[in-house]
Design a protein. Structure first.
Ligand SMILES: Nc1ncnc2c1ncn2[C@@H]1O[C@H](COP(=O)(O)OP(=O)(O)OP(=O)(O)O)[C@@H](O)[C@H]1O
Length: 251
C-alpha cells in the first residue's frame, strides 16, 4: 500500500486552476521530488497535503485514510510534518529550544501542565530536551544547541528546522525548497541530511528548484506544469523527457 496517494486532486483559486487533476503515489521509505517551473502549483500541492488549504476536488489518502480537508494540526498528528521555503526560526530562542517547541506539540503533558510545572511535566521536559539534543546531534549541529537560532548560518538553520520537524516523529516529511538561500556547500550538506533522514525510515516528498540536489537524492520525480502533472519517473527518465525539457527551456 502506498503511504500517500493523491487522486485527481484539484485546487481552484477563483478563475485559476492552480492544481488540476493531479494523481501520484508515494511508497514508504522513498525520496520523491515535485519539480516544475514557477507557478506550476508545487507549493499549492504541499498546502493541500498539509491541510493549509482544502482541495476543490479529488482525494488525498495517507496510510489508506482520507485526509483532505482535515485541519493542519490533525494532519500533523497523523504523522505528516513539513518545513517551509523561508526558514522560520523562533527569535530569542536557542537552536535547542526551537527543536523542543516541535517536540512539545507532540508531547502529552499539555500546555497547562507545563505551565504549572507538575512532576509529570518536569519529567517530560527532561525527556524532550534529551530527544531534541539527540536530533541536533543526528543532524551534525549539536555544538549549536545553545546558540540563538537566528544567529546561525542558513545551512545550520535548515538543519535546526529539519530537527524541529523530526521532533514530531513524522512518517512523511514535506520539504518545501530545502536548498533555498543555501550556497552549494550547504546544499550538498542538506542533501546528505535528507538522505540520512530517509535512512531512518522517514518518507520524503520535496519541492525543489535546485536540479543538482533533486537528481542527486530523489528516487522518483513528478513534474508539474500549469497545475498539471506532465511526467513522472526515475531521474534519468525525467532528464530525457522531451516534454519536460520543453517546459524548462521555455521558462
Ligand atoms: N492563495 C492564492 N490565491 C490565488 N492564487 C494563488 C494562491 N496561491 C497560489 N496561487 C496561484 O496558483 C498558481 C500556483 O502557485 P504555486 O505557488 O503553487 O506555484 P509553485 O509551483 O509553488 O511556484 P514557485 O516555484 O514560484 O514557488 C500560481 O499561478 C499562483 O499565482
Amino acid at each position: 500500500m502506498a503511504l500517500l496517494r493523491l487522486m485527481q486532486l484539484g485546487k481552484r483559486f477563483g478563475g485559476l486552476q492552480a492544481v488540476n487533476d493531479v494523481g501520484f503515489s508515494l511508497r514508504q521509505g522513498v525520496i520523491k521530488a515535485v519539480i516544475g517551473p514557477n507557478g506550476a502549483g508545487k507549493t499549492t500541492l504541499f498546502n493541500l497535503i498539509s491541510g493549509a488549504l482544502a482541495p476543490t476536488s479529488g482525494e488525498i489518502r495517507f496510510q489508506g485514510k482520507t485526509i483532505q480537508g482535515l485541519k493542519p494540526y490533525r494532519i500533523a498528528a497523523l504523522g505528516i510534518a513539513r518545513t517551509f521555503q523561508n526558514i522560520k526560526m523562533f527569535a530569542g530562542m536557542t537552536a535547542l529550544e526551537n527543536v523542543m517547541v516541535g517536540r512539545h506539540v507532540q508531547s502529552g503533558a499539555g500546555f497547562v501542565a507545563s505551565m504549572l510545572r507538575t512532576p509529570r511535566s518536569r519529567r517530560e521536559e527532561v525527556a524532550i530536551r534529551e530527544k531534541a539534543l539527540e536530533l541536533l546531534d543526528f543532524l551534525g549541529i549539536a555544538d549549536c544547541a545553545d546558540i540563538e537560532a537566528t544567529s546561525l548560518s542558513f545551512g545550520q538553520q535548515r538543519a535546526v528546522e529539519l530537527a524541529r520537524a523530526l521532533a514530531l516523529e513524522p512518517k512523511l516529511l514535506l520539504l518545501d525548497e530545502p536548498a533555498a538561500g543555501l550556497n552549494i556547500y550547504e546544499t550538498a550538506e542538506v542533501g546528505r541530511l535528507i538522505a540520512r533522514i530517509r535512512d531512518l525510515g522517514v518518507t520524503i516528498l520535496l519541492v525543489e528548484h535546485d536540479m543538482s540536489l533533486v537528481m542527486d537524492i530523489s528516487e522518483e520525480i513528478v513534474v508539474l506544469s500549469f497545475g498539471e502533472k506532465i511526467a513522472e519517473g526515475l531521474p534519468a527518465e525525467i532528464q530525457n523527457n522531451p516534454e519536460v525539457i520543453k517546459v524548462y527551456l521555455g521558462e
